[in-house]
Design a protein around this ligand. Structure first.
Ligand code: LAG
Ligand code: CA
Length: 481
């Protein structure tokens, strides 16, 4: 029988945005698995639009990162590699203990161009390599499966008819209520599950709607681990009623996009003007209006929000890292660390060859952010895994930009988002002894690595420690001397 949408939470995942398949595989083995990441989210793997000329106006990037959000067919020839490289990546990652989650673009097909990375030709509403014909799409008109807006696009994001059945950004909108379309989409996703994929980030899920999402999900196979696939729905906040992220939690988990904004506002209220306060994070989660923790994929940023002003990004430096470290400690949602590429123009792609094929990621060049390799992040991934579901306790704040808390009696952490060091004396909930600060070191025999001084917790559980600006201290019993 079908057990609905209940599935194991994915644990900490890394969103390796537009890393090519061979680089993701290498990263699973050498970094993600050893660091304790339990999963990796990868960019849309389907064959997509390949632009052949620049658009109008100020367009200077021939192959923008967003080509991959315009599928042409469901073969796996993409900017990130071949089907064989994809399959090898999934298997290598699984061997490293890292499950693979795919960004599934199933609301629409491409809205521009006429050729793909896989060499397929098409026109709007006709994608022969699937095949899809005009009858498989919502089109401008007045019939039950048509879009009735005057432009054929979504003009009113609070109008449920338009949100579901009109074109998002001019992308050909699949008639996802049609059983034939549903079975082709399910076949694509089941092919991925057959490769060993464990679940999906469903692109533009808000524009598919609960009923169609559920009909597709019901057709999905179990994963190689015998579980129902993870199903994380992309639903931007702001819509009323059934268009809200909360309303989609009956169909799966949802992306924590409202949380992204709350995190930004706590760490950095306005661009270049630091007036937020970490003290606000005493309440974060359903208590601050967010979707339930066990239904949320939580993160500090993703590929959209790092460009649209909703989020902190790698450009915020140590403050961005601190926010990620805090999220890993917070216990809210299934935390995901975003690791993409640096950009100056918002359209920039990662390093690619002349044909748009993305080249191997290299953390030494400054072109890849490699956030998942940062030692503080890695330390807090281990801390997160060690504390498990232990409840938050001993919350402390200076009322401004320093907070600290324990997770049961397994771990304790402190965060300082201020600009000067802060010395605090607080209850850790931990047994007395000496601990290594996991942000900078780990236990090795009777000492801490990297020559880091141990942090002393007294016999009453009190610690006196100095937390540096944009710094953190993390202690757990796995790193007790
Ligand atoms: C998403 N979630 O719902 C993705 O997270 C987001 O990154 C996608 O937009 C969007 N939905 C569609 O999958 C991205 C870019 C858009 C880009 C689109 C399609 O943010 O800018 O649109 O991918 O590639 C581009 C042009 C538009 C044009 C459209 C169709 O920027 O001007 O209308 O292509 O030709
Ligand atoms: Ca739609």
């Amino acid at each position: 029988g079908d057990d609905g949408h209940r599935t194991d939470a994915p644990g900490v995942t890394a969103n390796m945005f537009e890393w090519n398949w061979s680089s993701v595989a290498r990263e699973c083995t050498n970094h993600l698995g050893p660091a304790g990441f339990r999963g990796v989210q990868v960019a849309p793997p389907a064959d997509s639009l390949k632009r052949t000329s620049l658009g109008n106006g100020s367009d200077t990037v021939l192959h923008p990162w967003w080509e991959v959000y315009q599928p042409v067919d469901y073969t796996l020839t993409s900017r990130m590699g071949t089907a064989a490289q994809f399959a090898a990546m999934v298997s290598t990652c699984r061997q490293a203990g890292v499950k693979v989650y795919v960004d599934a673009v199933i609301n629409h097909m491409t809205g521009q161009g006429n050729t793909s990375y896989g060499g397929q030709s098409y026109t709007h509403f006709s994608y022969p390599a699937v095949p899809y014909t005009a009858a498989d799409f919502h089109q401008k008109g007045t019939g039950p499966n048509d879009c009735s807006s005057s432009s054929g696009g979504i003009e009113d994001f609070n109008n449920v008819h338009q949100v579901f059945k009109c074109e998002l950004l001019g992308l050909a909108d699949l008639n996802t209520s049609d059983p034939g379309v549903q079975s082709r989409l399910a076949a694509y996703l089941n092919t991925l599950i057959g490769y060993g994929v464990s679940g999906f980030r469903v692109d533009a899920a808000k524009h598919i709607g609960q009923a169609d999402l559920d009909a597709i999900y019901r057709q999905l196979h179990r994963t190689k681990d015998g579980l129902r696939p993870y199903w994380a729905l992309e639903v931007f906040g702001g819509g009323p009623g059934i268009l809200s992220p909360q309303a989609f939690t009956t169909s799966g988990s949802v992306l924590g996009l409202d949380g992204v904004k709350q995190i930004r506002d706590a760490f950095k209220s306005y661009p270049d003007q630091h007036i937020g306060s970490l003290a606000t994070l005493q309440v974060f989660g359903s208590g601050s209006g967010l979707t339930p923790s066990d239904r949320t994929l939580s993160f500090v940023t993703n590929h959209d929000t790092e460009r649209n002003g909703d989020a902190l990004s790698y450009k915020d430096g140590s403050r961005y890292l601190l926010a990620n470290e805090w999220l890993l400690a917070s216990g809210y949602g299934s935390p995901q660390v975003f690791s993409g590429f640096t950009f100056s123009s918002p359209d920039d792609s990662p390093p690619s060859d002349a044909n748009g094929i993305i080249t191997d990621a290299d953390c030494g060049t400054g072109r890849w952010t490699c956030t998942h390799r940062n030692p503080g992040i890695v330390g807090m991934v281990g801390w997160h895994n060690y504390v498990g579901k232990a409840q938050r306790a001993n919350f402390y704040t200076d009322g401004d930009n320093v907070i600290a808390f324990s997770r049961g009696n397994r771990g304790w952490a402190a965060f300082n988002n201020g600009t000067s060091p802060k010395t605090i004396t607080v209850q850790t909930g931990l047994p007395g002894g000496d601990y290594c600060n996991v942000l900078a070191s780990q236990r090795s025999g009777s000492g801490c690595t990297n020559g880091a001084p141990p942090v002393h917790v007294d016999s009453h559980g009190l610690v006196t420690t100095t937390v540096g600006p944009s710094g953190a201290v993390g202690l757990d019993r796995a790193n007790k001397l």
